[in-house]
Design a protein around this ligand. Structure first.
Ligand code: NAP
Ligand code: ZN
Length: 349
């Protein structure tokens, strides 16, 4: 075991503070990573503030990790000291169920090990994982990703969650030339969805509540912008989209967005508000629309996404912060005041 510095939160209504804990030394298949940057995802906030049930405290969030390999276990062949690597939302899974064998570890039937706040079978039954708001992390090599060398490392960190969470449904629902894709919510996930859908060749419509983000939406790659607080704008955009990636982190009127879909269109919910979203079934029935969900992406697909981003030189637009500024960043995220991802610089510890 070795001592690791981190930032943790002790209860839903508390702020972050410096924290040290013990990480395991690398097992035969582990990679020990010196973390350089970690993105701040709205899921970190949901967890730290116990929006969703089940947060275990102290909690060290963080699942958009980029760093350098420091040590590898005896049986690791894919990575060596000094390599630039990434870790996303998962650090292990059963490896044997149908989902794992199909490269869908995010849907592991036995339950995968998440990067934080997850029981950690490798360290002990009563231990929970601590995430990337820390200086180092030790991860099974199957869950370590290679980060393309041409990408800015701080900007690449958000690809590990915001990137894959939007890339996966865009690929699954075949976003590309001739497809009209809407993106609801211009935050961390939303701005990645705009960049990726644009790079895939789709016609992209930004659906935002923030008039101040209109120019940025176009700069990021949106061909059209709909300001959704105005019902006239929504009426004009009715039945224009084939696919909507809904990244909204709070309760919202999902019917208003379903109405924007053409016949046979699909709305994919990736945003994860704690409260249920009521749906008017007639919005589905009368246009054979689908309402779907999608969870991050599998490991092979995450590597595919990183390579795609390497090829197209895509990274997140970030605001680099110190670890001491996490609480302030959370407050700004809650006000939709994020352009477009906060990333913690580990040198600030
Ligand atoms: P974020 O950076 O805070 O962005 C969310 C955006 O949603 C805001 O910037 C805002 O955009 C819009 N929004 C917020 N409140 C709204 C409201 N009441 N009505 C309409 N729009 C609203 O969050 P994020 O990190 O992108 O995460 C988004 C959600 O995805 C979170 O719930 C997170 O937990 C979830 N998530 C899910 C997965 C998955 O696997 N499915 C993975 C990662 C994250 P505008 O200013 O443009 O309106
Ligand atoms: Zn996330």
């Amino acid at each position: 075991m070795f001592t690791c510095d981190a930032f943790a939160v002790d209860a839903a209504d508390q702020t972050f503070h410096p924290f040290t804990f013990e990480r395991r030394d690398p097992l035969d298949h582990d990679v020990d990573i010196e973390i350089l940057y970690c993105g701040v995802c709205h899921s970190d906030l949901h967890t730290a503030r116990s929006d969703w049930a089940g947060t275990i405290y102290p909690c060290v969030p963080g699942h958009e990790i980029v760093g350098k390999v420091r040590r590898v276990g005896k049986k690791v062949t894919r990575f060596k000291e000094g390599d630039t690597v990434g870790v996303g939302c998962m650090v292990n899974s059963c490896g044997t169920c149908d989902c794992c064998r199909a490269g869908l570890e995010q849907y592991c039937e036995k339950g995968n090990t998440l990067t934080y706040n997850s029981p950690d079978p490798e360290t002990g039954k009563d231990r929970y994982t601590f995430g990337g708001y820390s200086k180092r992390i030790v991860v099974n090599d199957n869950f370590v990703l290679a980060v393309p060398e041409n990408l800015d490392l701080a900007g690449a960190a958000p690809l590990l969650c915001a990137g894959i969470t939007t890339y996966s449904p865009l690929r699954h629902w075949k976003a590309g030339k001739g497809m009209k894709v809407g993106v609801a919510g211009l935050g961390g996930l939303g701005h990645m969805a705009v960049k990726l859908a644009h790079a895939m060749g789709a016609d992209v419509t930004m659906l935002t509540t923030s008039p101040s983000k209109e120019a940025d939406a176009r700069r990021l790659g949106a061909h059209h912008v709909v300001l959704t607080r105005d019902s006239e704008n929504l009426a004009k955009a009715a039945k224009t989209l084939d696919l909507i990636i809904d990244t909204i982190a709070a309760k919202h009127n999902i019917d208003a967005y379903l109405n924007l879909l053409k016949v046979n269109g699909t709305l994919v919910q990736v945003g994860a508000p704690a409260e249920p979203l009521p749906v008017g079934v007639f919005n589905l029935i009368t246009a054979r629309r689908s309402l779907a969900g999608s969870c991050i992406g599998g490991i092979a697909e995450t590597q595919e996404m990183l390579d795609f981003c390497g090829k197209h030189n895509i990274t997140a637009d970030i605001e680099l912060i110190k670890a001491q500024e996490i609480d302030k960043a959370y407050e700004r995220m809650l006000k939709s005041d994020v352009k477009y991802r906060f990333v913690i610089d580990m040198a600030s510890f």
